[in-house]
Design a binder for this molecule. Structure first.
Ligand code: ATP
Ligand code: MG
Length: 551
């Protein structure tokens, strides 16, 4: 079934509107890195264009020079490409500054705009409230010539910041506050990352956006719900400006995710106050953060498709995103063995100095992924959690006197435990192996209840492993008074001395693996061949599958 946006686009095509064209755009402001909410908008805009044989532009809404930067422009381009999309054209609202200025002059000529010299406080104070109309500015009836003159001098830099603004002359009594003579231009002496110091007046977003859309012949201008009340102004501008096309604005609900904040202002705060390591910290909901964590573009696109687009605000469970990541990685990530909290095991009846190699399949989900050789020797590591000296009732893994399988290798039986005499801590297990179980099965058909992952101590590579948990402790951190007070202090646990099999240790940054039984991991950019670093992308346990079952 088509969502409401695709329904509108289909109808427009069926009725021959816009000459059969579908042009969309993704319009980020380069004042921060893209987050998963932007991914929803990207998938929608580029997706609709692709599906209807149209085009989608990337347009930077760079009308606020004090907050914007080329660092963000470059990062946004990289993220859109990484998500798998290519724009038809790349544009900047700042490229239209001259045309936008001309449009403003045109509004003055039609007596639809005036220079207001009230202070910012007075403009705010005279705007009225939801229940009371606004009050006309004493400058509202300036003559066209006077407005021409003042606006030209605003541009020429004759006035201080804030001395005047240009406003549309619409209706100070409109029930819609956005229509009460909205500000179109303000004076702001700020260096712009593209236009430098060429301008000291800058158009407001609300004024720049509709004609920018029209200049690019955008047919469907898709934006989030908070712009619904701005649509009358959008339409007013399209109607009153001599623009070359009549784009239509359609609003959809933004993505909200549990345990996540999604406003760029807050994300910037987390970075600047060093609650996280940077925009690309793997705990961030940014595209760069998710990439570094090991999320795939396919998984993010699949997630966006599954959540769909609608008109009503809702809150999506972050478990659904993790579910999409897990499903995708299950298909594509090669399996390796990595022991996160190692426990040394000595196999006492295994020959000293012998190394065997076992052939293990790389991915049972993908026959083409082939197999690899994994070395085995007398001393190995298993996971501390896979052993209990006093096993509780439902613990089926290794324990004194008990037999378990080492994945793809042998059955071993625990014969003893060596403890640190000072602390009483277990430092090592003593085991025996059954040579007849080579490859992992007993010829006499006896069964074991557990299969453990392992690495050979002589061949293992020491690795750092970073285990991530949710960045926030509450479902809706955006709704509490101080979202920083609900940061999860345990959102990152660094394990310094994990052990991984040699084949995983040499992989370049960005390589994704499943550590058998432990989760999906991705080689971090801090990694070196001597000291690999792995980010846990997501655990194997799928809380979404449970939620889905209960629905
Ligand atoms: P934020 O509120 O996070 O600062 P923004 O809306 O100011 O975001 P823009 O750079 O203006 O950020 O956003 C570019 C596009 O992405 C806009 O069309 C916006 O509507 C859309 N977008 C932003 N956040 C979301 C979201 N959470 N879900 C869906 N679309 C979003
Ligand atoms: Mg915005």
């Amino acid at each position: 079934m088509l969502d409401f946006i695709r329904t509108i686009v289909s109808e427009d095509l069926a009725e021959g509107r816009n000459g059969g064209r579908v042009f969309t755009r993704f319009p980020p402001e380069p004042n921060g890195y893209l987050h998963i909410g932007h991914a929803k908008s990207i998938c929608l805009n580029f997706g609709v264009a692709q599906e209807y044989g149209g085009r989608c532009n990337l347009r930077f809404d760079d009308t606020n020079p004090t907050k914007e930067d080329v660092e963000y422009v470059e990062a946004i381009e990289e993220d859109v490409r990484w998500l798998g999309f290519e724009w038809a054209g790349i544009h900047f609202a700042s490229d239209y500054f001259e045309q936008l200025y001309g449009y403003a002059v045109d509004l003055i000529r039609k007596n639809l705009a005036y220079v207001d010299s009230q202070s910012a406080d007075d403009i705010r104070g005279n705007r009225g409230t939801l229940t009371e109309p606004g009050t006309d500015s004493p400058f509202r009836n300036r003559t066209v010539d006077e407005n021409f003159d003042l606006f030209a001098r605003m541009r020429a830099g004759e006035f201080e910041d804030g001395a005047h603004v240009l406003r549309a002359r619409i209706d100070m009594a409109s029930p819609n506050i956005n229509m009460r003579d909205p500000v179109l231009y303000r004076i702001r002496r700020a260096h712009h990352h593209r236009t430098g110091d060429a301008w000291c007046i800058y158009p407001m977003y609300d004024f720049a956006h509709p004609p920018s859309d029209a200049l690019e012949h955008i047919t469907h201008s898709l934006c989030t719900l908070e712009f619904e009340d701005h649509r009358p102004l959008y339409d007013w501008l399209i109607e009153n400006l001599p623009v070359p096309a009549q784009p239509r604005q359609i609003e959809f609900a933004r993505l909200n995710l549990t345990y996540t904040v999604m406003s760029k202002r807050r994300l910037l705060e987390l970075v600047e106050e060093q609650h996280v390591g940077g925009w690309d910290d793997p705990r961030m909901p940014t595209i760069v953060g998710m990439r570094r964590r090991g999320y795939t573009p396919e998984a993010i696109r699949e997630f966006c498709e599954r959540i769909g687009v609608a008109k009503r605000e809702n809150l999506v469970d972050v478990a659904l995103l993790e579910h999409a990541v897990r499903e995708d990685l299950n298909r594509r990530a090669p399996r390796v063995m990595g022991v996160i909290r190692p426990l040394r095991v000595v196999i006492e009846n295994y020959p000293e100095g012998l190394t065997e190699e076992f052939e293990l399949v790389n991915n049972p989900e993908d026959a083409e992924a082939g197999s690899r050789k994994v070395p085995f020797s007398r001393v190995i590591y298993i996971e501390q959690d896979d052993f209990r000296e006093d096993p509780p009732k439902k613990f089926f893994r290794l324990a004194p006197g008990r037999e378990a399988r080492l994945r793809g290798a042998y059955f071993i039986t625990c014969t003893g435990v060596t403890k640190d005499p000072a602390t009483g801590e277990i430092v090592e297990l003593r085991c025996t192996y059954d040579p007849a179980t080579r490859g992992g099965d007993a010829p006499d058909g006896r069964k074991v209840k557990a299969t453990l992952h392992w690495v050979s101590a002589a061949h293992a590579v020491d690795a750092e492993v970073r285990l991530y948990d949710r960045l926030f402790n509450v479902e809706e951190p955006g709704r509490v008074d101080d979202y920083k007070a609900v940061l999860n202090p345990a959102s990152l646990e660094t394990v310094a001395d994990a052990k991984v099999e040699p084949s995983a240790a040499a992989a370049p940054a960005g390589t994704r693996f499943q550590f058998e039984r432990m989760g999906y991991f991705c080689v971090d950019s801090d990694s070196t061949p001597a000291r690999p670093v792995f980010n846990r992308t997501v655990t194997l346990k799928d809380s979404w599958a449970k939620i889905e079952k209960s629905l």
